[in-house]
Design a protein around this ligand. Structure first.
Ligand SMILES: *Cc1c(COP(=O)(O)O)cnc(C)c1O
Length: 370
């Protein structure tokens, strides 16, 4: 699905020397590379604070802790997402309130959010799924009206840019109260291990996140709140500092690949290509087709035999997962998500796809679906 090896080889000299520098200076934890990367990312995103942490799941958890969410508080998120989003809500004793998504963009349905708001609702967690922003203009307006926090799960959409009706532009993750991202190797900005970060313009919230990520410590050995231990290590930060310089060019490569896929599939009656919304950029973390009257598992087998990986993101809606079973939900409650889970298929998407490879993939898919 990704080709991290070829991508690494193009930046090998720079990356190797950055890693060597961390080794030579033995500044493994909280070294200058961590501050340097955070400050570069602040500049890139146009946000006041970037707080690095150990992974994207931690970023979501720390953000919710820093916002002071308490057991019993309801947090609205999408039924169609990676499990981490709902996991941290449940883990903190908050109540995950799941809502359906739009059938064309895969992003959280704003009308469904509005219907799910109760007196206990404290936050909305939109997930910018597969690299395209949720409808942030409407979501932030709704949040303002009901006095709710907006915690953006930007793990799949770092670098995406959202344009408001008035023409103003903002990067994904800098629109709501706080943005939470992941630097897992296969993410659009991936390190060579685990990593994550939160971003916000709010000084107090940034301080709270920094403190919670560091054992609730304000000054060494003074603990003001219960925290966690969640750090981005210096080697990962040094790698990310280099890869950040290439992020926009990586997004272009992903968009070029998506355009070639689109061209091959756009007019096929059994294939629905991913919908682009005009007012924002898509950074194609995944290229996800919807199949109509196609035997998906047979297609997957057919592609596997041709050494083409294909993945189902995601095969089971959250409300039908054993861990998230809840008397409030039953099969049929989120028809769009349920349908998507049965019909989506993601094709290889990364920065190193050549025209030849894409032709081979598209020809193979078309050969099967006829
Ligand atoms: C990857 C991902 C996460 C979690 O990130 P980790 O770094 O793996 O903890 C959270 N939400 C979404 C939507 C993701 O894709």
């Amino acid at each position: 699905m990704v080709d991290l090896k070829s991508q690494y080889e193009k930046i090998k000299t720079e990356v190797d020397s950055a890693i060597q520098n961390v080794l030579d200076t033995t500044t493994f934890i909280n070294g200058p590379a961590v501050k340097g990367f955070a400050s570069d990312l602040e500049h890139y995103l146009g946000v006041k604070h970037v707080i690095p942490c150990a992974n994207g799941t931690d970023a979501l958890q720390i953000a919710m802790m820093a916002l002071g969410l308490k057991p019993g508080d309801e947090v609205i998120t999408a039924d169609f997402t990676y499990v981490a989003t709902a996991e941290v809500i449940a883990l903190l004793g908050l109540t995950p309130v799941l809502v359906d998504v739009y059938p064309d963009t895969f992003d959280i349905d704003v009308q469904a959010i509005e219907k799910a708001i109760t007196s206990k609702t404290r936050a909305i967690v939109p997930v910018h799924l597969f690299g395209q922003c949720a409808d942030m203009e409407k979501i932030t307006a709704l949040a303002l009206k009901h006095n709710l926090f907006v915690i953006e799960d930007v793990a799949q959409a770092i670098g995406a840019e959202y344009t408001f009706a008035d023409g103003a532009k903002k990067r994904a993750g800098t629109i709501g109260t706080i943005g939470c991202t992941s630097f897992f190797p296969s993410k659009n900005l991936g390190c060579y291990g685990d990593g994550g970060a939160m971003y916000t313009d709010d000084d107090n919230l940034a301080n709270a996140c920094r403190m919670i990520a560091n054992h609730g410590q304000s000054v060494q050995y003074i603990h003001d709140s219960i925290g966690v231990n969640s750090r981005l290590d210096s080697i990962q930060a040094a790698i990310l500092k280099i890869k950040l310089k290439h992020l926009d060019e990586y997004a272009v490569a992903r968009n070029n690949a998506a355009a070639l896929y689109d061209m091959a599939f756009a007019h096929h009656p059994k294939l629905k290509i991913p919908t682009r919304v005009k007012n924002l950029t898509h950074v194609f973390h995944q290229y996800t087709l919807q199949l109509k009257n196609v035997d998906r598992s047979k297609l997957k087998e057919f592609l596997t035999a041709k050494e083409i990986p294909a993945m189902i993101y995601y095969p089971i809606p959250l409300h039908l997962q054993k861990a998230y079973k809840d008397a409030r939900y039953k099969q049929g409650d989120f028809p769009v998500t349920e349908k998507l889970c049965n019909s989506v298929m993601s094709l290889p998407m990364h920065t190193e796809l050549t025209k030849e490879t894409i032709n081979y993939i598209t020809d193979s898919v078309l050969e099967f679906v006829k």
